[in-house]
Design a protein around this ligand. Structure first.
Ligand code: PRP
Ligand code: MN
Ligand code: MG
Length: 179
């Protein structure tokens, strides 16, 4: 058995992901020229997208990572706990959050408030995937790779029970795996 056996459909191929990363990287290059933005990836889902996206940004950027989790352990809680904070100040910096997916919006909604409170010069979001059907709170997402319909997707950083992050594509998990 291979990991591919647990996937019913490939939602985004490796090639498609790279072409999305490239076009987002080109837009970000235009918008952030000479601004030396700090790209902030949220662990762990963003790891692969961060790696591919920055290859296509042709101006100076810095990168850092945060790890946050819901207080209650359920994804419905709007309260987030910081497991790992940034290593540096965001004051007067242009912050660009890098995410694999925006689902309910609650993770970023809470973190953006915090970063604004810390006096960032600007705060924007780039996400590979957007699942607007599941949104519970409004988040203003400036750069979206592609919208996806509701469904359990894994791979390219996204997990089910910490597994499948290592798939090089985004796939729909077979219901029998998570039911
Ligand atoms: C997932 C995903 C996003 C977040 C989106 O992360 O990577 O960060 O959920 O959900 P939301 O819009 O409903 O807040 P998760 O908390 O599962 O951690 P992980 O990145 O380590 O998998
Ligand atoms: Mn995540
Ligand atoms: Mg997860």
């Amino acid at each position: 058995m291979t990991l591919r056996n647990d996937i019913s459909d490939i939602v985004l191929s490796e090639e498609k992901i790279i072409s999305l990363a490239k076009s987002l990287g080109e837009k970000i290059t235009e918008d952030y020229k000479d601004k030396n933005p700090l790209l902030v990836g949220l662990l762990k889902g963003s790891i692969m997208f961060m790696g591919d996206l920055i290859k296509y940004i042709d101006t100076h950027v810095e990168i850092d990572f945060m790890d946050v989790s819901s207080y209650s352990g359920t994804k419905s809680s709007g309260d987030v706990k910081i497991i790992k904070d940034l290593n540096q100040s965001v004051e007067d910096r242009h912050i660009l959050f890098v995410e694999d997916i925006i689902d309910t919006g609650q993770t970023l909604n809470a973190i953006i408030d915090l970063i604004e409170y810390r006096k960032a010069a600007s705060v924007e979001i780039v996400t590979l995937l957007d699942k607007p059907a599941n949104r519970k709170v409004d988040v203003d997402v400036k750069y979206v790779g592609t919208e996806i319909p509701d469904g359990f997707v894994v791979g390219y950083g996204l997990d089910f029970d910490e597994k499948y992050r290592n798939l090089p594509y985004i796939g729909l998990l077979k219901p029998e795996i998570y039911q």
